[in-house]
Design a protein. Structure first.
Length: 131
């Protein structure tokens, strides 16, 4: 008995690189008023949320937090967990290992770790953090 093939992902799903990219056949099925409203929503979100000044400030603070955690762990690789210690012992570059360590963190964990390491300089504020 042969196993049936795995179902393919819908053609409209291309991945997360461009969340607005959908297969043209889906857009072709939208009425003109819905298509116009969708385009207006995309423009609004791009201008006000994704690229707005509040987002730029938050990105700057997030980059500062990640840079502080990166520099700290690069200078103190012995503070990394056993899993990452093993990678270092296997010859993986320290920068890459620390980057992988940071990549696995949630925002909340990164903030709490920064608070633990650096004190109250990093505290949660309105869904973000202060340096």
């Amino acid at each position: 008995m042969t196993k049936p093939p795995e179902p393919a992902a819908p053609a409209a799903i291309r991945g997360l690189a461009d969340p607005w990219h959908v297969d043209a056949t889906i857009l072709d099925r939208l009425s003109e008023p819905v298509r116009v409203a969708l385009n207006q929503l995309k423009d609004f979100l791009s201008e006000r949320l994704y690229r707005g000044p509040a987002t730029a400030e938050e990105v700057t603070r997030a980059q500062a937090l990640l840079r502080a955690l990166y520099d700290y762990h690069l200078a103190r690789p012995g503070d990394l967990s056993d899993e990452f210690q093993t990678l270092l012992e296997q010859g993986e570059p320290a920068g890459r290992v620390v980057g992988d360590f940071l990549a696995g963190m949630t925002d909340r964990y990164a903030i709490h770790l920064a608070q633990r390491l650096f004190g109250h300089r990093y505290r949660v504020r309105e869904g973000g953090f202060l340096e």
